[in-house]
Structures are given as structure tokens and as C-alpha cells.
Design a protein around this ligand. Structure first.
Ligand code: 1CP
Length: 358
């Protein structure tokens, strides 16, 4: 029902099949560093309207592909659509990031949440289907969600935080109540990602942006456990032919690579403090790695960008049937980056990666 895929490098690398060069895309590739994004965002009026209007979400998803040779598109949306659909009412204050009108402040507010969110979120599969048509087989489309833990941090804190006081108080004072919340979120995330696959998403990424703030045992109990439920929940609802590769990205997750692989995911997203070659040596056959150039490199010179791309490629080494490499940044691109430097980045991956493929 959709046109055939012309560029399947990303999917092949994630399934560890041979490719001619390393595929590349960038977290937050559609975003504020692009003037055309800022123009569409201004036209939409506010961020949620941009996410909730499939034509506008499609327009901004396509923008980076018109400029650069990326090997994937990523659905334009946000991880906080699920809590919004659960009734917390997401809004943005200029310069302050996301906030909720009704954060979770009581046990009752947690017990009353429903994982049945797809009625409110129909705009997301609608955008996925529209983007697939618009892509016309050019590159694959990545769908995504936040991890249950990362969503819970925003829902309990009520906004962005760097301290996580409320969610950590809940974790240590009433772990059973936090488990209720995480189970509801795991069910919602599973429905949400299955709906994205049904609508046409060809790869999935789960963003566990705040997994790295947890202690070792808390990460296993409150973050990893629920990502595993999502991965197994998705795959057990699909036939072998319907399956899509799933990438798990835990920011600050370098200490848990073996455990992340053990969830059954197809690829691990790495942030930049970890060496990708050493990461590769730690996991067993059967998982690909995505990453992991420091996004700050994009603020430097073309020569420095090219040198850093070469370093990451050399550290990963040769593609093999045991592990494929997907080039990415270690986290999202920031709004202050010169779009010219992104072109340098993409060209460097294109020019220097064929040497690592036979
Ligand atoms: O004003 C604006 O235009 C808002 C900026 C913005 C953008 C461009 C927000 C608000 N979200 C997005 C898009 C977005 N968010 C995408 C689009 C696809 C892409 O091109 O990659 C994706 C995948 C996300 C995911 C997201 N949202 C994450 C996980 C990824 C990560 O960066 O770790 C998180 C934590 C959010 C929450 C969020 N939404 C927006 C902001 C500024 C934030 C971060 C707030 C914080 O730092 O706590």
C-alpha cells in the first residue's frame, strides 16, 4: 500500500545485513536550528498545534530531508503526547520548556489514569500515514515514544527538571505506587507504538532520556523492566513479517549495555561519553549500535567535525553480521547549530564510512 523503499540502509544496518556505507540520521533533525522549522512553528502558533496537525507535522518532518542526505526521517511529534492524552494537559512557556496543567500529585491521580489513549492520539498515526505517502519510499520513517520511566518523570515533576526531587521521593517512599504508574505507561506506550507501526512506521526508537539519573538497581527496577515489557509487548503482537527494528536509547546508559541488549531490542542508542568500540566489545552478537558523536562538535569547525566523524567510524570498525552501525549524535542537535555544519557532518559520514563496509 506504500511505495517500495528505495534507501534501506538504515533498516539493513539495524538487522545487521550488509550495506554500502554507514547510514546516518540525527536526533532532533527537524527542529529549531532550521529557519524553515521556525517559520512553520510560527505559522502553527504553538508547538502542540504543530504536533496535532498532520499536514504541519509532515511538513517539518520533510524539511531536513530537503537539505541533507539523511538515511531516515523521524516522525515530528513529542514524547509528551501520551501524558497530554491522559489528561495532564501539556503546554509550553517560552524559554522554560514543557509543563503540565495537571501534574500527578496524589495517589488517586495515578490510580485514575487510563492506558487507553489512542482515541486522543489519533493525530499521531494520521501523521505517520501522511508522512509515509509524502516520503514516497525515499527513506524509512522512524516512529518513537518516551520510555515509561522518562514519561513518569515529567508527569510527576510537572515540568522539566534537573533535580528530579519529586519522582525520586516517590521512588524511595512509595515504590508500589510508582510501579502502578509505570505499568499504565508501559501499556499505553505499547499501544501507541503498535499504532505507529500499523500506520506505517518502519523503525521504532524508545527515548529513555532520564534513565541515566538512576542508581544501578533503580534503573533495572523502574526503567529497564518497563522497556523490556514494551519491547516484548510489541513483538508478541506482530508476526515475524510485521516486525520492525527497535532502538533503545538510554541517555547515560553506558553502564547497562549488556542489560539493555537483554531486553530483546535490535539496537542500542549510545550517548557520547562512551567509546563505541568498547561498547561493541561488551555486547554479544545480534545487536546494532547507534551513535555517538558529541553534539557539541557541531558548534566547531568543518575540519573538527570531519575528524570526529572519522574517530567514531574507526572506533566502531567494520560492519559485520554480528553488529551494524547507525551514525547519529549522542543526543539531540541544539537550536544554536549552524545548518551548514550539519551538511559537513552528513557528508563526512558518507565519504568516510564506505571503507568500513565490503
Ligand atoms: O518550541 C519548540 O519548537 C519546541 C522544541 C521541541 C522540538 C523541536 C520540543 C519540545 N520537542 C521537539 C520535537 C521532538 N521531541 C522530536 C522530533 C523528532 C526529531 O526531529 O527528532 C523528538 C523525537 C522529541 C523527543 C523528546 N521530547 C524527548 C526525548 C529526546 C531527547 O532529546 O532526549 C524529550 C525529553 C522531550 C521533551 C521535550 N519536548 C520539547 C522540549 C524542549 C523537551 C525537553 C525538555 C527537557 O529538557 O526536559
Amino acid at each position: 500500500m506504500f511505495p517500495v523503499l528505495k534507501n534501506d540502509r538504515l533498516i539493513k544496518s539495524l538487522w545487521r545485513e550488509p550495506v554500502d556505507r554507514t547510514p546516518v540520521w540525527m536526533m532532533r533533525q527537524a527542529g529549531r536550528y532550521l529557519p524553515e522549522y521556525r517559520a512553520t512553528r510560527a505559522k502553527a502558533g504553538d508547538f502542540m498545534t504543530l504536533c496535532q496537525t498532520p499536514e504541519l507535522a509532515c511538513e517539518v518532518t520533510m524539511q531536513p530531508l530537503a537539505r541533507y542526505d539523511f538515511d531516515a526521517a523521524i516522525l515530528f511529534s513529542d514524547i509528551l503526547t501520551i501524558p497530554d492524552a491522559m489528561g495532564l494537559e501539556l503546554y509550553f512557556v517560552e524559554g522554560e520548556g514543557p509543563k503540565f496543567k495537571h501534574p500527578l500529585t496524589t495517589a488517586a491521580s495515578i490510580h485514575n489514569l487510563s492506558s487507553d489513549v489512542m482515541n486522543e492520539l489519533a493525530y499521531v498515526p494520521n501523521a505517520v500515514a501522511l508522512i509515509r505517502h509524502e516520503l514516497n519510499g525515499k527513506v524509512p520513517l522512524i516512529g518513537f515514544s518516551g520510555s515509561p520511566w522518562t514519561l513518569a518523570t515529567y508527569m510527576v515533576e510537572g515540568q522539566s527538571t534537573r533535580e528530579f526531587k519529586k519522582i525520586k521521593a516517590l521512588l524511595y517512599e512509595d515504590p508500589a505506587l510508582l510501579h502502578v504508574l509505570l505499568q499504565t505507561l508501559a501499556d499505553a506506550v505499547t499501544h501507541y507504538l503498535l499504532a505507529q507501526i500499523k500506520a506505517g512506521a518502519q523503525v521504532l526508537q524508545i527515548f529513555d532520556t532520564w534513565g541515566g539519573i538512576l542508581s544501578d538497581s533503580a534503573y533495572r527496577e523502574f526503567s529497564l523492566r518497563y522497556m523490556r515489557l514494551v519491547v516484548t509487548g510489541i513483538n508478541s503482537n506482530l508476526t515475524e513479517a510485521e516486525r520492525v527494528p527497535i532502538i533503545l536509547f538510554t541517555k547515560g546508559g553506558g553502564g547497562w549495555l549488556e542489560d539493555i541488549q537483554d531486553t530483546g531490542c535490535d539496537a542500542i542508542g549510545l550517548d557520547w561519553p562512551i567509546d563505541i568500540g568498547r561498547a561493541r566489545a561488551r555486547v554479544t552478537d545480534g545487536v546494532s549500535l547507534q551513535g555517538n558523536m558529541d553534539p557539541a562538535v557541531l558548534r566547531s569547525t568543518p575540519d573538527a567535525i570531519e575528524a570526529e566523524v572519522k574517530k567514531v567510524l574507526a572506533s566502531f570498525g567494520r560492519h559485520s553480521a554480528a553488529s551494524g552501525h547507525v551514525f547519529n549524535l549522542g543526543h539531540g542537535i541544539t537550536p544554536d547549530i549552524d545548518p551548514e555544519n550539519v551538511a559537513v557532518f552528513v557528508e563526512a559520514v558518507k565519504n568516510h564510512s564506505p571503507a568500513y563496509h565490503s
